[in-house]
Design a protein around this ligand. Sequence first.
Ligand code: SF4
Ligand code: SF4
Ligand code: SF4
Ligand code: FES
Length: 593
Amino acid sequence: MGKITVYFENKPYVVDDDLTILEAAKICGYNIPNLCTWKKGRCSVASCRVCLVKVEGERRLVPSCAYPVRDGLKIFISDPAAVIARRTSVELLLSNHSLSCQTCRKNGKCELLEVSKRVGAEPDKYIGEKTPVTLDFLAPGLTRDTSKCILCGRCIEACKDTQGIGILGFEKRGFNTFVGPSENRSFSNVPCIQCGQCTLVCPTGALMEHNEIDKLDQAFAEGKYVIVQTAPAVRAAIGEEFGEPIGTKSTGKMVAALHRLGFYRVFDTNFAADLTITEEANEFVHRVITRTPGPMITSCSPGWVNYLEFYYPELIPHLSTCKSPHEMMGAIIKSYYAEKHGIDRSKICVVSIMPCTAKKYEKERPENSVDGIKDVDVVLTTRELGQLIRRSGIQWKKLPDEEFDNDLIGDYSGAGVIFGVTGGVMEAAIRTAYYILTNHELEPIEFAPCRGLEGIKEAELTILGNKYKVAMASGMKNAKVLLEEIKKGESKYDFIEIMGCPGGCVNGGGQPYVYPVFLENEDDNIQDTYIQKRAKVLYDEDRGRKVRRSHQNPDIITLYKEYLGEYGSPLAHKLLHTHYNNKREKYPDLKED
Ligand code: SF4
Ligand code: SF4
Ligand code: SF4
Ligand code: FES
């Protein structure tokens, strides 16, 4: 990579020679409107034509997202023909758009709307026939409304390149082109893992999480005991919904907002993350003692569990039987907590605020219920929590810091907090498994090989003279590498952690959008570093907790002593463990990408 000189509006700038005009422009202080690019200012589709600029020597305007820089290149962003062409490109997109901004939940975070404002587009400049519309509201995790799709292809790239799955594609041709699953099937009728990574990149309201705020309203209207829990990754990102810089810890304000929204109790899912660790570490130790063929694989990410059930069902025996933390929390609220307080469990509504769209699907699984009563009733994403707070009129900036309710199940350890980032579950499990096997605490407590955002990490530790190899993967494309090794009998690992979303829950499909157009006050490289910044919030909180090991959480100790008995007891199994299904049987010809 070398350095070259390019000119924007006749001013010289020295830039790297491997950039597109769009990338170079950003570095030099110019934001060229764009819609079909994502992350890096480059695009293979170049479909939207919103980024057109004039380049000296070219007869036609060029898409800046696909045009490489070269030494001496002269680029004119404000050339009148380029300005008009960019506006026309947006107006043509709007001519085939539903334009229901008043009721669209994407309003406020819609890149199309923002870019339309910036280029001065008139929405009704071109009026004509519209492409037939598909509305898909059948899947619990996400929805599709093609009347808002601009055919940018970003979702196709996310599903195929990030997750290695390939559910979405361009279908039909010409004017009838649409983006969706093959044969225009519903998300509920294809092997989509409901991870929501496609919703994170969609610039419009075409792909969204399945909103459940109405269900919450109904629970309040029915006078239920509405108890809310929040996953660790939510506190690391909810501030972004209110203009806080990425990487702002918002635990106190988030809890204060939930108190003001009228929830009966506000709990931290971290309590149940500790419970997951005690059960899962115990399960691992049992497998070691009984010499069950490894590796054991974690089960707390429902997108990942879906992936295994669809694409590698033969490996289901490797999956831990532990429910995910928020499901455990729901089960404990509707049993132990309800009994201690004399509350009829059918009158409780458990609401989970999660960074994840797949958790919406997970709570509907019949396996995640006890005696016919669901563990969790409503799942809202971090983004929906933002909507809920805005709707209520609460002023985020004026919120004080408040504590989670400390009522039987309110305490949590630092190990529970780091669940929200890739490698965190493994690090937390190692702390407790070491204790169960040796009766001593692991020192030093932080286990560096588990940290970092690489797609696949591995580590080795020695306990009582035995070596254990562990691996961690996030994103299904990475998970697939480890799964293929197991399938071929070549896996060298004893324990594997897998998270469905790249980087873990801090980058879950339900987290706030990180769109360049709205990030002018952030660092230039924020799209490369936002996951790290959110992860740092959780590692800092772990470091600040007095108790940092799940098995030392006083409320967990009391729960076992007074209610569950031993780790892995019959009651613990009834409430906290689950089972899985071979979903491939429904799709016998299924091939992962
Ligand atoms: S996707 Fe954007 S432009 Fe379209 S209706 Fe929603 S807010 Fe308006
Ligand atoms: S939810 Fe995940 S698996 Fe489903 S289409 Fe979107 S990216 Fe692909
Ligand atoms: S659904 Fe969204 S991300 Fe996918 S092509 Fe349409 S507008 Fe782009
Ligand atoms: S952003 Fe360049 S063509 Fe769409």
